[in-house]
Design a protein around this ligand. Sequence first.
Ligand code: AP5
Length: 228
Amino acid sequence: MILIFLGPPGSGKGTQAKRLTAEKSWPQLSTGDMLRANIAQGTELGIAAKKMMDQGNLVPDAVVVGMIRERIKNSDCLKGFILDGFPRTISQAESLDQMLSEKGLRVDRVIEFQIQDGELVGRLSGRRTCSSCATMYHVKTSPPKVDGVCDKCGNPVIQRADDNVEVIEKRLKVYHAQTSPLIQYYSQQGKLLPIDATKAMDQVYSRVVASLPKRSFFGQFLSRAFAR
Ligand code: AP5
């Protein structure tokens, strides 16, 4: 199953992708997490990307396309994967279609997380993330038991550098200008399924699961390959 989670920053893509990954074993491929890992490791790519991310801008298409191209070669992607935060431009979507078609594959479903901008500022400015295991918290709705300490692994819980009001507003502008055209792109391909992302997390998850195609193109491809 090849899934894309499409939606504005804070719409819940990462939250739902983590849960689906835990249940289905399709890895979550988050370009944001990959870029932050590069920043933490102090790589050249990370140093260049940090400036753009801290300002709420997208990093160049070629950088993220290259990361995804390499990542999907890993054996854990053989049964499918969830793309979280990629593609984010029409050019990235076209590159993805191209790299999948070279493997005889295609995107099965694009789940669009629908929510108004007004609800996102509060979600993002209150978000906290474990610096080690990436467990997510929210200062109001789901705080850690001990302030600043991860319930799961005991490491510090931090605020992302781009989760301040000024940068959140910029990220939302960038989403509407550069990413929202993907809604039409995937709608025309008949792959788009919008869900109401304002509901409680469990309800959103039920909707995500209900949105999955019964049988994926990926699965059909593997069945045909084994039948030969
Ligand atoms: P990235 O890390 O992808 O961030 P994003 O898309 O801005 O998305 P977020 O992670 O902020 O939000 P989310 O939708 O995952 O929501 P979450 O589940 O965390 O990208 C960061 C930057 O990297 C970009 O700005 C760009 O610079 C660069 N980048 C990344 N990919 C790129 C690409 N492809 N091309 C170019 N540049 C790229 O939830 C948010 C909060 O809400 C949490 O606190 C959560 O607990 C809470 N919450 C979630 N669901 C609910 C719910 N149903 N009800 C109440 N609260 C909820």
